[in-house]
Design a protein around this ligand. Structure first.
Ligand code: F6R
Length: 617
């Protein structure tokens, strides 16, 4: 939510500061696209350009009114919180007669009293944002040292924030501060970078440095200095980013979402890599929780939001089946407000692609305060949730740029399954050979996902085009097919803006069946016929909706001929063990949503009102 980039380069003015800021914003635009802006320090002054709307509006504005060469820059792409998406509310915000520019991600919760104080002091505000308060506070505190001003000001701020600032009198310096909001340092050669995530500067450097909570960082072309909010010197862990700029391009696909749908076989395969020792035993290296503690676990609570929470719902079936431990799944945004029963024997599993989702982060903190261990299943290396959890199991899906999550979902399910199998092996519920058998089944999934992509894609896209003008689409599933139905509906809602609902198929007759009308498209996720009781129940559900005029679109295993007589349209997936089915049945639903959105002329990667990485509660 809001993308931030900062750059300081050699002392000789060039076009690079502007280039780095604009390239960073292009890569970060998925984090928010209500407005975009940059400030370039020319060496003498700070030049700001900002525009409401997509980044292209800023590009056009700069073309009409070019920015001079410079030595440093900051850039911001916004997801609006305080104040609508207008030019004036766009960042950077300036103060001190243009001497100081600041950009911000997060929310300053005490901005109202601070603003009152500043107004009483005679300050005139231009925007409705909470950020402008910080700009004026910094300008007031500035006494020749922007780092000192930042340290003074952060002490007065409540809420979550990443801030970057530069001052006219210090051309080669950008200062950043972070509290509960992401900020990473990019370490260059004679130049340094700051970014909301490494994609902000990946084309400049792959060497990155993590920052911790409540730290201020000052970058110059040749130095990176970190201090705590209390002024204590600190250092951050440095690491090499294991993907490059090429991983964050569309690679010939029309959208990032399409590319990421096609990345899924690799995402699952990479998440499984290196998980077995020489004897073939499952090992999870990033698991830093004592085995004795894990043996004592008497309850698992999965916390996550949106798509990640549906991965948790899928995992519940596997974890309870394999480990015989009760497993609850809870929306992270609800968790800490209901006084959850968590003890030292509870294992809380936080699932997050970005590792920065504020609701999930707050739930993680709450769980740890209650004394339980938290294991994070996270895709983004070095992210806040990964750092604050007691243990982390990284999914290796690579950067996910499209706002709608696809490959991260399949990688999350895979990561959860690895955890479930590990726990069952550790606790003696499954013998090593049984665990090995499940791992082999998982290892076969990338090829099966490829089969769905190769054989079903064109048919599903055609179906999508024929249904693009529908008002409402329903999705039904049982057992692990239920969270798949929820995910199918979420994808369609968020990128195609079509009313869609996912239901447990058995629940339909308790109310939602009233939504079914003549011609209503209903997707039904059918379990394998090798689970006859479950299969039969879903066949009955198909008949129930058909009897009310629904168009039944069925996702079924190859060889399941029984479904044909009840379906208008059958999407085939390869023969797959029940628990692994979500890894293949989700794929056609993602393709369907992406094609419906494209056919409706919508922006598939950047749907309205949304942003990737939701860093506000
Ligand atoms: C939907 C989607 C969101 C995220 C949710 C959690 O396509 O992307 O529902 O799954 O915001 O995000 P992470 O996984 O980053 O915590």
């Amino acid at each position: 939510m809001c993308g931030i980039v900062g750059y300081v380069g050699p002392n000789v003015p060039s076009s690079r500061p502007q280039g780095v800021a604009m390239d960073g914003l292009r890569r970060l635009e998925y984090r928010g696209y209500d407005s975009a802006g940059i400030a370039v320090h020319t060496g003498d002054e700070i030049v700001v350009r900002k525009r409401a709307g997509k980044l292209q509006n800023l590009v056009d504005a700069i073309e009409a009114d070019p920015v001079p060469d410079g030595v440093a820059s900051i850039g911001h792409t916004r997801w609006a919180t305080h104040g609508g998406p207008t030019d004036v509310n766009a960042h950077p915000h300036v103060a001190g007669d243009g001497a100081l520019a600041v950009i911000h991600n997060g929310i300053i919760e005490n901005f109202a009293p601070l603003r009152r104080e500043l107004v009483e002091d005679g300050v005139e505000f231009l925007s409705e944002t909470d950020t402008e308060v910080v700009a004026h506070l910094l300008a007031r505190a500035y006494d020749g040292d922007i780092t000192a001003a930042m340290l003074e000001v952060v002490g007065r701020l409540e809420g979550a924030f990443t801030l970057l600032a530069q001052h006219r009198d210090q051309p080669g310096v950008v200062v950043g501060a972070r509290r509960s909001s992401p900020l990473v340092v990019g370490l260059g050669d004679g130049e340094n970078f700051l970014g909301s995530d490494v994609s902000a500067f990946i084309s400049g450097t792959k060497r990155a440095m993590e920052l911790s909570e409540d730290q201020v960082v000052t970058i110059t072309p040749t130095s990176v200095d970190v201090v705590g909010f209390d002024g204590t010197p600190a250092t951050g862990r440095t690491y090499e980013v294991d993907w490059d700029a090429a991983a964050a391009v569309k690679d010939g696909f029309p959208t990032f979402m399409d590319k990421e749908i096609h990345d899924q076989p690799a995402a699952v395969r990479d998440t499984l890599l290196g998980r077995r020792d020489e004897q073939g035993h499952l090992v999870l290296n990033e698991l830093r929780i004592d085995e004795a503690v894990l043996r004592q676990v008497d309850k698992v609570i999965i916390i996550a939001c949106g798509t990640a929470s549906y991965a948790g719902h899928v995992a519940k079936y596997a974890i309870e089946h394999w480990c015989r431990i009760p497993c609850e799944v809870e929306l992270a945004s609800e968790f800490r407000y209901r006084d959850p029963i968590v003890t030292e024997r509870t294992l809380v599993v936080a699932i997050s692609q970005s590792g920065e989702t504020m609701d999930t982060l707050m739930a993680v903190r709450h769980a740890r305060e209650q004394g339980s261990k938290v294991l994070a299943i996270v895709n983004t290396f070095g992210s806040t949730i990964a750092r604050e959890a007691d243990a982390v199991l990284y999914t290796h899906a690579g950067p996910e740029i499209a706002v709608a999550s696809t490959k991260a979902f399949l990688a999350q399910i895979t990561g959860c399954y690895l955890l479930g199998l590990y726990l069952s092996q550790l606790r003696g519920y499954k013998y090593d050979d049984e665990v090995a058998g499940y791992l082999e089944e998982l290892a076969a999934m990338p090829d099966k996902i490829s089969t769905v992509l190769d054989e079903q894609q064109e048919r599903v896209r055609e179906l999508a085009r024929s249904l693009k003008d529908e008002d409402s689409v329903l999705f039904l599933g049982r057992h692990v097919g239920f969270p798949v139905a929820l995910e199918g509906a979420l994808k369609l809602k968020e990128i195609a803006y079509i009313h869609a609902e996912g239901f447990a198929a058995g629940e339909l007759k308790h109310g939602p069946i009233a939504l079914v009308d003549e011609g209503t498209p209903v997707f039904i996720i059918v379990p394998t016929p090798r689970r006859p009781v479950l299969h039969q129940k879903v066949i009955s559900n198909i008949q129930e909706v058909r009897a009310r005029g629904a168009r039944a679109i069925v996702v079924a295993e190859e060889g399941d001929t029984e479904v044909e007589q009840f379906a208008e349209f059958v999407i085939r997936v390869p023969r797959t063990p029940t628990l692994m089915m979500p890894l293949v049945t989700t794929v056609p639903l993602q393709i369907f949503a992406s094609e419906v959105a494209a056919a409706r002329g919508l922006d598939v990667d950047q749907p309205r009102n949304l942003a990737k990485s939701v860093t506000v509660e």
